[in-house]
Structure formats: structure tokens, C-alpha cells
Design a protein around this ligand. Structure first.
Ligand code: CAO
Length: 448
């Protein structure tokens, strides 16, 4: 059956066919095809292999998940372009794979008609059609249930449609036990064995070890998010930093958050302090757009950005990553919280997309979620300002009547590019941000 016939008979979604602009030929293969790592775009030349979903000998179909890779910009799922049997994996987990080089060898099914791009691929490195393919693969991730070939086989043999099965694995991946649970062969309660991120290299990259486990020197390759940190922080060294610190009384903010707790449960959106810090920053940036800005390369113009794409420094198993919440100026508190929840969950799985990492205009770093009072944050180029928030603490302060009372206080440490922002501007911005947080009703009254 041709690919087009399979498509019309429902075997392959038509939408994907149009995405991939597949050209078919009548050539049949029973031969070994090297599946090359496609050009992922953005000038990415290499990626780190994070996880294999297949092994040698596995049968795969088009669009089955092959592996997860991580560049210094984003995590990407690679899916198969072919039906066939895996004959070779070129890399181990944590190896660096080069774009345009073979990732796996697949022995194609004998009776398969193949897109002409396969024929080309045997002679040429990854090209533009590969970009289309990888785009289709990524889109496909959202349109089809993820499962390994082995699980697909169990589902097929049991006549179970995977779309009907709730996946408890990473990204909703359907695991063997999900199918068995669906068939009533194991108990209903999901097991605790659902996806746990790969942590061996992650714990190393985060510099935290079990006490006494390091007996010899360990060489740790600089990979993934840490590579991006090397680049951006080296660039940041060129920026003359100006620092400014203040103390905020967040007593009313703590009350507000307590009041929102039951709605938070109802809506299933975690409302931490962070969305409030972010929203207050966006409101203040509307009055101080020079802090939501970047300079052009020769420093001849400063571009004030209309969108408040506020970056959040995020501590993840893979290290520091700084995704951003787009258009905070248009979102209410719950919408900011929802986006933060989404990014936080993706960060825990090291699955933050490229789209979430690009285009940031201003950064907040809530180091107080871990601890500490003050920090000296480093600007995230090409931005011009960053704020680090310390831990909320109960400390004695005087009220208006001169009486000591337990105040909920948090310290903020700002850093700004002194070529663009002067100290007085930074202080005025900080005062306004502080006012919104000390009087949350003022902040809420300004929300659209
Ligand atoms: N003071 C006191 N408590 C705080 C706090 C603060 N500044 N910030 C967060 N908390 C509390 C939260 O309210 C939450 O408590 P509950 O479970 O009772 O609600 C708990 O700490 C955990 O918060 P969280 O981390 O899940 O959520 P968040 O939205 O506050 O923060 C994120 C999200 C991603 C910013 C945070 O998890 C994080 O990664 N922070 C580290 C940032 C970092 O590494 N900065 C350094 C950059 S330079 O290397």
C-alpha cells in the first residue's frame, strides 16, 4: 500500500502529510538507512542525547518517538521518519550528537514505499526537507499518544486504541502498565513508577552529591542548560552592573495569598508569591520602559520593548534555565500563575521549549524559594535589568505607633546595565514595584 493510500485509509494523518510535503516514489527498500539528526534550526550544531526510547532490534513506525535530545536552547523529541527495525544506535545517553550525522540505522520494511527524501538522504546531509520533517515530528508529539513500540504492540494485540488510554509517563507517554490497567489486568491506582527524570548527570551538573560519595576526581562535561549559562554569563561580563537593594513589607501579600488558596485549589493553579512579584514588575515596567529594553549591537540605540516577556530564573534538575512568560502586561494574576506552573513543570522534566526560552525582556530570580536574604544577580543579556528576591522572613519592626511587631519582610536586589539605566531610575522603579507589593489592592485595581 502506498503512503498516500495509507493516509487515505486512515493509517497516516492527512494533516501530517501536508506538513511534511512528502514526495513518494515507487522505489522499495529492504535496506539499511542511516537516520540523520535533522537541522533543528537556530544555528544549533549539536545536541546532547538525554534519553533513548528504542533499542537495537526494536520495530518502529513513522512518528514513533526515537529519543529526547537537549540543545543549549531547548529540548526536542526526535521521531522516526521510517517504518523498520532499529539496527544501530550511534550514541549513548549524555553523548553529544552532531546535526547532519547519523543518529540510528534503520532497516526499512521490504514492502514500504518511501518518500523520495529518503532516497536523497542516503547521499546528502540533512537539508531543508529535514527541517520540515523535524517540525512535523514536534507537532506530531501533540497529536498522537507517545508509547514505545513494545507498548504499541501490546495495545495492538489487545485491540486497545492508545488514544483511549491515559498515559502516566512523561508527557503523557502510555506505559505498559497503563495499557494493563486499561484492560483491568492490574489495579486502578497509578503506580509510583511513572516518569522520573534521568538524574545521574543532572545531580552532577548541579554540583550536589550524596555526602562522602565522591572518592576520585570526576570530569563533568559542560552540557545542556549549563552550556547556555556559560555563553550568556560570559557575555554578561561585558556589562557594567549597578546594584540597588531594598526591603519590602509583604504582610498584606501573604494575607492575599492565603485568601486565594481555596480558589487556587478549585482552579488547580498553584498561586505562589512569584506571580505577584511578576505582575507587580510588569505594572512598574509600564511606567519605566527603559528597564524592559535592550541595546542594539553597536550600542547606538536602545529598544524599549512593548511586550513584557518576563524571564524567570528556574532551578531544575539540569541546572539553571531562564524561560519567560510572554506578554505579562496582558495577563492577570491567574494567567501568569498558570504559565509559571506550566514552565515550572516543564523545567522539572527538562522539557522547556525553545519558544519559551527566546524573546525575554526582563528577569526575576526568586532565590528566596531556596533561601538567602540578598543576592548579586547578573544581567541576562541582551536585557538591561534583573531582580533577585530573597526569602520572606518574620522580623521585628516598628509600627506607626512605635510598637514592635512581627513583620513579613523580603529583600530585593536589583542589577541594571549602568550604560542604559541610572541609579535614580532603578530606585524609582523599585519604589513602585514595592508599592504594588505592600498594597496589593493597588496592584489588583490596576489589573485589566
Ligand atoms: N520566600 C519564602 N517562601 C517562598 C519564596 C520566598 N521568596 N518563594 C517561594 N516560596 C515558597 C512558596 O510559596 C512555596 O511554598 P508553598 O508550597 O507553601 O506554597 C515553596 O516556597 C516552593 O515554591 P516554588 O519554588 O514551588 O514556587 P515559586 O513559584 O515560588 O518559584 C521558581 C518558582 C521556579 C522561581 C523556583 O522554584 C526556583 O527555581 N527558584 C530558584 C531560582 C534560582 O535558582 N535563582 C538563581 C539564579 S542565578 O543562578
Amino acid at each position: 500500500m502506498s503512503l498516500l493510500q495509507r493516509c487515505l485509509s486512515g493509517g497516516v494523518p492527512l494533516r501530517l502529510i501536508s506538513l511534511r510535503r512528502v514526495r513518494t516514489t515507487s522505489i522499495t527498500y529492504g535496506s539499511l538507512v542511516p537516520f540523520k539528526l535533522s537541522d533543528i534550526g537556530e544555528g544549533i550544531a549539536e545536541v546532547q542525547v538525554k534519553e533513548w526510547h528504542v533499542k537495537v532490534g526494536d520495530r518502529v513506525n513513522q512518528f514513533d518517538n526515537i529519543c529526547e535530545v537537549q540543545s543549549d536552547k531547548a529540548a526536542v523529541s526526535i521521531t522516526s521518519r521510517y517504518d523498520g527495525v532499529i539496527k544501530k544506535l550511534y550514541y549513548n545517553v549524555d553523548d553529544v550528537a552532531k546535526v547532519g550525522q547519523p543518529l540510528i540505522d534503520i532497516e526499512l520494511d521490504d514492502d514500504v514505499e518511501v518518500p523520495s527524501s529518503i532516497k536523497q538522504e542516503k547521499q546528502e546531509p540533512a537539508n531543508i526537507s529535514s527541517v520540515e520533517d523535524s517540525a512535523a515530528s514536534i507537532r506530531h508529539k501533540h497529536e498522537k499518544k507517545l508509547a514505545t513500540p513494545a507498548v504499541r504492540r501490546i495495545a495492538m494485540e489487545s485491540k486497545v486504541n492508545l488514544l483511549d488510554v491515559a498515559g502516566s509517563g512523561k508527557d503523557g507517554r502510555v506505559l505498559k502498565e497503563d495499557v494493563l490497567r486499561f484492560l483491568g489486568q492490574i489495579s486502578k491506582a497509578p503506580s509510583n513508577t511513572s516518569y522520573t527524570p534521568h538524574t545521574s548527570s543532572a545531580s552532577i551538573s548541579k554540583g550536589e552529591f550524596q555526602a562522602g560519595t565522591l572518592k576520585d576526581d570526576e570530569i563533568v562535561p559542560v552540557r545542556g542548560y549549563t552550556r547556555a549559562m556559560v555563553k550568556s554569563m560570559s557575555e554578561a561580563l561585558k556589562i557594567p552592573h549597578f546594584g540597588y537593594n531594598d526591603e519590602i513589607n509583604v504582610g498584606r501579600l501573604v494575607e492575599l495569598r492565603d485568601q486565594l488558596k481555596h480558589i487556587s485549589r478549585e482552579r488547580d493553579i498553584k498561586m505562589s508569591y512569584m506571580p505577584m512579584f511578576i505582575k507587580a514588575a510588569s505594572l512598574a515596567l509600564a511606567r519605566f520602559p527603559m528597564l524592559n529594553a535592550s541595546a542594539d549591537e553597536k550600542f547606538e540605540n536602545i529598544i524599549y520593548k512593548a511586550s513584557h516577556n518576563i524571564c524567570i530564573a528556574m532551578d531544575t534538575p539540569g541546572g539553571l534555565v531562564v524561560p519567560n512568560i510572554k506578554n505579562c502586561e496582558q495577563r492577570n494574576l491567574w494567567e501568569v500563575a498558570e504559565e509559571l506552573n506550566r514552565l515550572h513543570e516543564a523545567g522539572k522534566r527538562q522539557q522547556i521549549s525553545r519558544e519559551d526560552l527566546i524573546g525575554g525582556t526582563f528577569t526575576l530570580s526568586n532565590i528566596g524559594a531556596i533561601g538567602g536574604t540578598y543576592a548579586s544577580p547578573v544581567i541576562f543579556p541582551p536585557q538591561v535589568a534583573i531582580g533577585a528576591i530573597g526569602k520572606i522572613e518574620k522580623l521585628p519592626r516598628f509600627d506607626a505607633a512605635g510598637q514592635v511587631y512581627p513583620a513579613s519582610l523580603v529583600k530585593v536586589s536589583w542589577a541594571a546595565d549602568h550604560r542604559v539605566v541610572d541609579g535614580a531610575t532603578m530606585a524609582r522603579f523599585s519604589n513602585l514595584w514595592k508599592e504594588y507589593l505592600e498594597n496589593p489592592m493597588l496592584m489588583l485595581s490596576e489589573l485589566r
